[in-house]
Design a protein around this ligand. Structure first.
Ligand code: CA
Length: 379
């Protein structure tokens, strides 16, 4: 079997109602879907998390010529070769995100070739279902009162849908943040997990002050309080609060996570499978996290293909400590408006009673709807 063609599809769709995280308003959703064709008639699909036009350029102009004509089953060998080929110019960011999309597509291909789900080829499953948390509760208005009314309604919607965990956004200033988190804690049951995410929108002083103020509110983790470069700041913040510190969606490969783990910087690492180096690298990072006794919950913000890749990884993530009450990793289930996230899949990955089941078809276990791909493709 040989690779015959590689296509990087750039997708873009406007959304009806914009929403904000600490740095920006979101008024459109974008995606990068990669497709690897072979002479065996098997196609592999991947998802890249990053600026899609930049990823498409790196994939089509740089990596694709190195992959066409090659045997796609040699996953680790191809990964190393591609990484080494751009190592001097891109040890993180776009080159690694583009590599991630290709690595996911190569795993999909391999699974389809052997007629087995990716998680079986990776030695699993350790688990076949995962508890999901709803990612949402973004600011939707400039007015605080309007936000509270809308977000209380949104939180109740997640409870009605069966979610037992959800995440909101902070980084809008201390008063705004603490008022929102207090309101949400009062709105949802005390047994429902509430996470907060600053999208690295605080400095060290702001993060420590906010963490202290949130301590009585039963916060499951404080995600990306600081810039990803400030590993020492994370380690310091971790000693100043009882709230678990999470992060890692803007970090890449074993090298970044080695520094994070050795510095004792986080309680929970959140590599994005479609950004950190793909399924191959995510599993290596997970094994490293396991040796440090650190939790691993994958960041998920892509199309349904990225979601399927995250599910395959979740099926093989090691359990941090073996016990009846062992902590199990959670699925980040993006619940924000997105015209093609799940529409891209013939059978979307759903959450019922707060649980998602790992797809057990060959490869990533999902089929892509080409009509939906074509509808939103802009390149
Ligand atoms: Ca985040």
């Amino acid at each position: 079997m040989k690779i015959t063609a590689i296509r990087a599809h750039v997708l873009e769709a406007p959304i009806a109602e914009r929403f904000a995280f600490s740095q920006a308003w979101v008024d459109r959703r974008v995606g990068l879907v990669v497709e690897i064709e072979t002479d065996a008639g098997i196609t592999g699909w991947g998802d890249g998390y990053g600026p899609p036009w930049a990823l498409a350029t790196v994939i089509e102009k740089y990596y694709a010529p190195r992959l066409i004509g090659r045997a796609p089953l040699a996953g680790d060998a191809l990964w190393e070769e591609l990484y080494n080929s751009l190592r001097d110019h891109g040890q993180r960011g776009v080159p690694v995100q583009a590599l991630s999309a290709l690595d996911i597509a190569l795993w999909d291909l391999r699974g389809k070739y052997f007629g087995a789900p990716v998680h079986v080829l990776m030695g699993g499953p350790v688990r076949s279902s995962v508890r999901a948390y709803a990612t949402g509760l973004y600011r939707r208005r400039d007015d605080r009162g309007d936000n509270h009314r809308l977000l209380a309604e949104e939180a109740r919607g997640y409870l009605d849908a069966g979610f037992t965990a959800m995440k909101t956004k902070v980084g809008f200033g201390f008063d705004d943040d603490i008022a929102l988190v207090e309101m949400l804690r009062q709105t949802i049951d005390g047994g429902v997990a509430l996470f907060v995410d600053a999208n690295h929108g605080c400095d060290r002083v702001q993060a420590a002050r906010l963490a202290r103020a949130m301590e009585p509110l039963g916060i499951g983790w404080f995600e990306e309080p600081l810039e990803p470069e400030d590993v020492a700041g994370y380690a310091e913040l971790r000693t100043r609060t009882g709230i678990p510190i999470a992060g890692g969606e803007c970090s890449f490969t074993r090298h970044d996570f080695r520094r994070i783990l050795e510095a004792g910087a986080m309680d929970v690492i959140q590599p994005d499978t479609a950004s950190c180096g793909g399924l191959s690298e995510a599993k290596r990072i997970a094994d490293m996290a396991w040796t440090h006794g650190i939790r691993y919950n994958p960041h998920v913000w892509g199309t349904g293909i990225g979601l399927a890749a995250a599910m395959q990884l979740l099926a093989v993530l090691p359990t941090t400590a073996p016990a009846f009450g062992a902590h199990q990793p959670l699925l980040e289930y993006d619940s924000t408006p997105h015209p093609f996230r799940q529409d891209l899949l013939v059978e979307p990955i759903r959450v019922a009673d707060g649980i998602a089941h790992v797809p057990d078809g060959p490869g990533l276990g999902v089929e892509v709807r080409r009509d939906v791909l074509e509808r939103w493709r802009v390149n």
